[in-house]
Design a protein around this ligand. Sequence first.
Ligand code: ZN
Length: 379
Amino acid sequence: MSIKISSQFDAGAIDIVSATSAGAIDLNIRKDSHADITQWFYFRLQGAQGEACSIRFLNAGQSAYPDGWNDYQAMASYDRVNWFRVPTSFDGQVMTISHTPGMDSVYYAYFEPYSWERHLELLDRAQMSEQVRMQDLGSTIEGRDMNVLIIGDPAAAGAPDRKKVWVIARQHPGETMAEWLVEGMLDALLDPSDPFGRQLLKEAVFYVVPNMNPDGSVHGNLRTNAAGANLNREWNAPTIERSPEVFLVKQKMKETGCDLFLDVHGDEGLPYVFVAGSSALPTFTAEQAAAEKQFADDFKVASPDFQTEHGYGESPYTPEVLTMGSPHITHAFGCLALTLELPFKDNANDPDAQTGWDGARSARLGAAVLQPILRAIRR
Ligand code: ZN
């Protein structure tokens, strides 16, 4: 039986160079659909059960984040439900997966995918809660829906005094761990037996955008939308033509106000969970610095997966800072705004050889983030 590689499915992405035998599969990581960014891959291999496969990514050294392949183990699954890590090496140019599939069909991906179908199911499940209204903000470039979940009635008695908490994820669509986190956060927030969820819904109104980049997600892009825009560089002057996703969300934020903003991402290089704040802003105050530190300290208590030792560190102000979500929101609303980064690789403080960092661990972190949010809105 001959082998076959394919990627014509939701978020599928790979370029085949040569795939004639299991022992010599040569591939290239595909570019984002409308930009020169290569990093995300997701494909299916059939016909190689029991054969020692050598799957080589010839252009790994030219990807957007080559450091992402150091100490990286690719993910694989036979059923797209249970994902596990497979032996992967990188010599500075070529990345190689060495794996003997146990079944006729196996999927390999950069990280556990979060499908468009699952995204729609997440929205549907959330709206079953009487706490939730789902609003359509408009459409992406390719006509997909931009939805925000509004949790807690903003028009209820006393609600105007409640804190407005905004959570967005997947501006960079290949950072699927971000939507896994949102799923875990929503499940806890809407669980009537969760004490943090119960309190938060008395004291806050949530605005949640589980997927900021639907077109890029379906295309299997790492970082850009269907116009080739990196949405996390569009916040200063988004346009309907180039970055409708940011334009529509920012418009809604102006209407609602914002007291706390979380923008969830994945980091290709660092094997840790961490936050990045707005300290590069010239207007950054000691009070804002204290709020960021308190949130991080509270998060550490809420989840041992969160840490503050490793992160991006301080960076100087450049005009680009105001184009990024979190600093832009701190600048515009004066509020606490954080970029939350989850690893593609693993949590080096508590590694798991079987799964590495994955969707389930991201979802648990999403449930845990309710604790620091509750503390933050009470200050
Ligand atoms: Zn990102």
